[in-house]
Design a protein around this ligand. Structure first.
Ligand SMILES: Cc1cc2nc3c(=O)[nH]c(=O)nc-3n(C[C@H](O)[C@H](O)[C@H](O)COP(=O)(O)OP(=O)(O)OC[C@H]3O[C@@H](n4cnc5c(N)ncnc54)[C@H](O)[C@@H]3O)c2cc1C
Length: 353
């Protein structure tokens, strides 16, 4: 892309964030408002397009997109991550039919997507049993079971799931929210990220035709896509960290600069952030996508995000302690980032085994 085109794209993104996201952040945080128009506008304006791009190029662009959105609202950046996860499933699917049918609509934002892969990720790491069962049937599979939380869903959305067959095989399917037998129950009682359109998904004999199968070999497929799945999560934490640092700097001179006596300062966080970003650049973006390296960076980002939002709460004092303040929202969002699969405990397990 030419320099001017890159600049135009950046300006367009900032404009969309300014006009379609910023005015909604309070409602997203306090009224469980789901920023669907903003997400669709990103698609409409080409921010999810992989056409004529190598995968390295669109991954870097999309990571930067997640970071910029997370700096303003991690809840919406998380929805964006859900959509990017769904895109990753289809971009890498060996089944051309579903790819050709669904990918263009997902890349132009006509359809939004989500991922029900927390439980399978925990299954593959030896933490849980698989919650969805698949029974072979004429022309497809029949799914049963319940996923306790899937985000970025709506009446015309689709999401990826993995289910186990009686033959001890795992298949991955792409499921429309409107399908018969699937019950969605909205959850808005979380500590934060309630504007993430999160639902309990109960499958009761849901028939999925063969054409919606992403892969018949989910074991190999999930190993193949999990590095990118995780890479897209890292900028969620980077964006929140940058917002927390900005909030710390904003109150630097308050009360005769009394904050200078606090143990954690913006410069400490900035240094750690710079080092983490350098490692991401050197080892993952330019280097090969080594799984344990990505896990280590994801873990480091989760701890840095928690440190940053804690520091911001101390620097911001009682104005930060207001229920709907930026620092309070970021604190709650950061705890979700720490408990988003792979959670900190899950990441520690992977690194230590
Ligand atoms: C707001 C929010 C959005 C999420 N969005 C997604 C998503 O889009 N896709 C996705 O796959 N995962 C999603 N999750 C799950 C998330 O990624 C983590 O897996 C989860 O937050 C924490 O996992 P944990 O390992 O601490 O297990 P825990 O949450 O402690 O779960 C342990 C066990 O309890 C079960 N369980 C947990 N909650 C319930 C419940 N309410 N009812 C019945 N059983 C339950 C789990 O299935 C698991 O077997 C979301 C979670 C939250 C809080």
């Amino acid at each position: 892309m030419m320099i001017n085109q890159v600049k135009d794209k950046e300006a367009l993104l900032l404009d969309l964030i300014e006009t379609k996201l910023k005015p909604k952040v309070k409602a997203i945080d306090t009224e469980a408002f789901y920023a669907i128009d903003f997400l669709k506008a990103l698609g409409k304006n080409g921010f999810f397009s992989s056409t004529h791009k190598l995968d390295e190029a669109y991954i870097v662009d999309e990571m930067s997109l997640v970071e910029k959105v997370a700096k303003v609202c991690m809840t919406t950046a998380f929805c964006l991550w859900c959509h990017l996860a769904a895109l990753t499933f289809l971009r890498n699917s060996p089944r051309l039919h579903i790819k050709e049918k669904m990918l263009p609509a997902l890349e132009n934002g006509e359809i939004l997507g989500g991922t029900g892969l927390s439980n399978p990720m925990k299954y593959y790491a030896g933490l849980e049993k698989l919650l969805l069962k698949a029974e072979q049937s004429e022309g497809g599979v029949v799914l049963s079971g319940t996923l306790p939380a899937v985000s970025n869903l709506g009446s015309d959305h689709w999401f990826g799931v993995i289910a186990e067959t009686a033959e001890n095989k795992r298949v991955m399917c792409f499921v429309p929210c409107s399908i018969a037998g699937l019950e969605l129950k909205e959850r808005t009682d979380y500590l934060g990220v309630n504007g993430s359109a999160t639902y309990v998904c109960s499958f009761q004999d849901v028939f999925i035709p063969d054409e919606w199968l992403i892969t018949e070999d989910a074991d190999t497929f999930s190993e193949q896509i999990r590095p990118v799945f995780l890479l897209y999560q890292i900028p969620l934490g980077i964006g929140v960290t940058k917002a927390a640092i900005a909030d710390i700097e904003r109150v630097k001179t308050k009360q005769n600069s009394c904050n200078q006596f606090l143990h954690v300062q913006a410069t400490d966080l900035k240094n750690k952030l710079k080092q983490a970003q350098q490692r991401i650049e050197d080892r993952v973006i330019k280097g090969e996508r080594n799984w344990k390296e990505i896990v280590a960076l994801r873990l480091e980002t989760a701890y840095l995000t928690l440190d940053s939002v804690h520091a911001s709460m101390l620097h911001n004092g009682s104005s930060g302690y207001l229920k709907d303040s930026g620092p309070s929202r970021q604190l709650r969002e950061a705890y979700f980032f720490a408990n988003l699969t792979p959670t900190i405990k899950h990441l520690e397990k992977v690194l230590q085994s």
